[in-house]
Design a protein around this ligand. Sequence first.
Ligand code: ZN
Length: 232
Amino acid sequence: MGKILFLSGAGLSAQSGISTFRDSGGLWEEHDVMEVCSVAGYAKNPSKVHSFYDKRRAELKDKEPNSAHKMIASLKNRFPNRVSVITQNVDNLLEKAGCKEPIHLHGELTHLRCLKCEQIFYHGYETQDKAVCKKCGSQNIRHHIVMFGEPAPMYKVLYEELEKTELLVCIGTSGEVIDVASMAMLTKDSILNNIEKIPKIDRYFKNLFTMPATEAAPLIKEYCLDFLKENL
Ligand SMILES: [Zn+2]
């Protein structure tokens, strides 16, 4: 039975107005990324890092999923045993679209982690200053986002899923953080959707949809439905 793995990145949420580090006028220009997203920066000035994520969390509250999030959610929910959803994004727009249990490789903005007992818990959109661990009561809490310089434990799950995958669908990921080109070589079929051509990655994929994610969504959906039908 053919299985599909969706792997999404910033391009999936861009049209929902989630700013990224890479956009012009984006977070790169407003912040020194190593100060707010690295282990060293966090050790130096934790409150600066907390306030950075407090702002990202507050911005997320009113953001809505777009048609590409909804397309992924509908396929995942209709074919729960044949479709897996893994994202690099830390927003919750797949969840808002109704997608059940997407795996977040880099953590989640709406969740916090207890530094005493390692419990991860839902916090929502508020600042984290008054957060208390729901398991042990500790106030020693941090953002639940993977920083540069620390391990990303969910990558293990990504590679396990990849072994079971026949159709890899990458949406809005430039391949700079995750080597999607190598992944495409491991699967029988593959789709890459990005807003612009990236020749060094594009050539490893069997199907290219070079357009915004919302424009590609109906085409990807049709391709996936055909694939699921033909690979029973
Ligand atoms: Zn705790």
